[in-house]
Design a binder for this molecule. Structure first.
Ligand code: NOJ
Length: 564
């Protein structure tokens, strides 16, 4: 079988509400995206993934969909969408939609019908349960089980109209669909086929490892100091997850190649990922795993843990080895749920922001897998200076703040310190286009404040500066397209225990690359086991002057090439 096209591809993620606002209402929209497509095309990427644009009450910024087959008026119309799709295709790129079907909005007609009566034909489309045995429905502790919701509070909402509760792993406006019911699955497949018939090129599947649950919905273990049980072991990677994704493949994807399907799976292990992405099993093309974005987290959710580089290398190295023969990796530092990587694993000070952003980009893009660039990452955009909880908009940040300060006894300032470092709004501040008011994002008032550093960090300045992060990303993407070793080469981690250096080789046929990144603000010399073999090798990429004897500047990255 030929290698699939997406092995060679780079994907760019757009978070529509924060990308570009054409109509001045402070919210990004589809016409704004159309106007800015050349910025993305010039980067050289192959695919655009759009975060949700369907009709939604926007409780979770569109990850709560009330009509899967229409565009939210905030973003535009289906006609705008068709124009966007054509404009993307005209530029030789593909467009992937976000598929949010673990849950719908509570305002979706399916849920409205489901909640209407105990004997509604759609009652079983969602997870309805009576109160815990012997408890008065609607009273504290009477929830059907003890699971907490991801956004704070119980995962159950009491509905007085019928006296039962419905399950919502995320907000109470995101009821979980019941995938056990084949009518639900058929309705989802019909909707997916409708989008593919319209011309879209694939899907990024939101929390798709949550769709098969342990149908007995047992209580979860309660961590110390927490009000709720952890439901994840009972709703992630459940017994029928592979079956459902295989069925989806048969009903929707089969015969439609070339598509790209990427499954977001917060709880996925390497063994499971091999099964999900083994082409012979016909489920999905690749998964988003989360281990490498949890390395600065620990048992206490309200503490910040420093990055331990050997742990990060251990994780990514294991994923490289695990999916070397069967399956495929996706590679990302950033998305709309993660803080900005230059602030997180790099150094966003004026001295080292550009250099460390380039180093992080090079390390990621030289791994084996499909790299994802999140809007603004190519500019080295940073976390935002949130002064108080009033500056946040994200339902997760607001929910956690309320739970931690009102019910768990944490000091507001401590919770804010963690939210400033980790909050999802860091990724969601408007795209910084130029140094005009509101960074050129909107002529109105943006829904979330623009990061004040836009006067220095913006796309116009980056395009004009040959040494910018933006032009460095263009180089990395071009290198992947030109050098088969970047796509297909074997991966070998070097110096796995080194606290500051991230070093590895890639090898394909007779071409070998050596990549070394310095994850520190100090000069560090790499003592490579195979140093002599690299004497005279060509330095293909560096973000600082060429080193002597692998003596790297702070935050320097180098990529050498040689013929073996
Ligand atoms: C994962 C999405 O990336 C996130 O933004 C969202 O809040 C949850 N899934 C729920 O849909």
């Amino acid at each position: 079988m030929d290698n699939p096209w997406w092995h060679r591809a780079v994907v760019y993620q757009i978070y529509p509400r924060s990308f570009a606002d054409a109509d001045g209402d402070g919210m990004g929209d589809l016409r704004g995206i159309i106007a800015r497509l050349d910025h993305i095309a010039a980067l050289g990427v192959d695919v655009i993934w759009l975060s949700p644009i369907c009709t939604s009450p926007q409780d979770d910024n569109g990850y709560d969909i009330s009509d899967y087959q229409d565009i939210d008026p905030l973003f535009g119309t289906l006609a705008d969408f068709d124009e966007l799709l054509a404009a993307v295709h005209d530029r030789g790129m593909r467009l992937v939609m976000d598929l949010v079907v673990n849950h719908s909005s509570d305002e979706h007609a399916w849920f409205q019908q489901s909640r209407a009566a105990l004997n509604s034909p759609k009652r079983d489309w969602y997870w309805w349960r009576p109160a815990r045995a012997g408890m008065e429905p609607g009273t504290p502790g009477a929830e059907p089980n003890n699971w907490g919701s991801v956004f704070g509070g119980s995962a159950w909402e009491y509905d007085p109209a019928t006296g039962e509760y419905y399950l919502h792993i995320f907000s109470r406006k995101q009821p979980d669909l019941n995938w056990e019911n084949s009518e639900v699955r058929e309705a989802v497949y019909a909707m997916m086929n409708w989008w593919l018939d319209r011309g879209v090129d694939g899907f990024r599947m939101d929390v798709i490892d949550h769709i098969s649950k342990d149908t007995s919905l047992p209580d979860g273990a309660v961590p110390q100091g927490s009000l709720y049980g952890v439901g994840a072991p009972h709703y992630m990677n459940g017994p029928r997850n592979h079956e459902f994704l295989h069925e989806m493949h048969e009903r929707v994807f089969a015969g439609r190649e070339p598509l790209l399907t990427v499954a977001e799976m917060p709880g996925v292990t390497i063994d499971e990922a091999i099964r999900y992405t083994d082409p012979a099993r016909r489920e999905v093309d690749m998964v988003f795993q989360f281990e490498h974005v949890f390395v600065d987290r620990g048992p206490d959710p309200w503490l910040l843990y420093p990055l331990r580089l050997p742990v990060l290398k251990g994780i990514l190295g294991r994923w490289q080895a695990g999916l070397a023969d069967v399956g495929w990796n996706s590679l990302y530092w950033n998305n709309h749920d993660q803080p900005r990587v230059v602030s997180r694993y790099g150094d966003d000070s004026p001295e080292f922001r550009v250099r460390s952003a380039k180093m992080l980009g090079a390390i990621l893009h030289l791994h084996r897998g499909t790299p994802y660039v999140y809007q603004g990452e190519e500019l080295g955009m940073t976390n935002a200076p949130f002064a108080s909880i009033a500056d946040f908009r994200d339902i997760e940040a607001l929910g956690h703040f309320a739970q931690a300060t009102e019910h768990e006894g944490h000091a507001p300032e401590d919770v804010l310190t963690v939210l400033r470092a980790r909050g999802r709004d860091n990724a969601r501040t408007p795209m910084q286009w130029d140094d005009s008011p509101q960074a050129g994002f909107t002529s109105g008032t943006p829904w979330l404040a623009v990061n004040p550093n836009y006067t220095d960090i913006n796309a116009a300045a980056a395009a004009a500066d040959p040494d910018s992060v933006y032009h460095f990303y263009r180089k990395l993407i071009a290198l992947r397209h030109e050098e088969p070793v970047v796509v297909y080469g074997d991966f070998t981690m070097l110096l796995p225990d080194h606290e500051q250096l991230y070093a590895f080789t890639r090898r394909h046929d007779d071409v070998e690359l050596l990549v070394i990144g310095n994850f520190s603000g100090e000069r560090v010399r790499a003592d490579l086991p195979s140093a002599e073999a690299w004497a005279g090798a060509e330095l293909v990429v560096s973000n600082a002057p060429a080193p002597t004897d692998f003596d790297l500047e702070p935050w320097q990255v180098v990529i050498y090439r040689r013929r073996a």
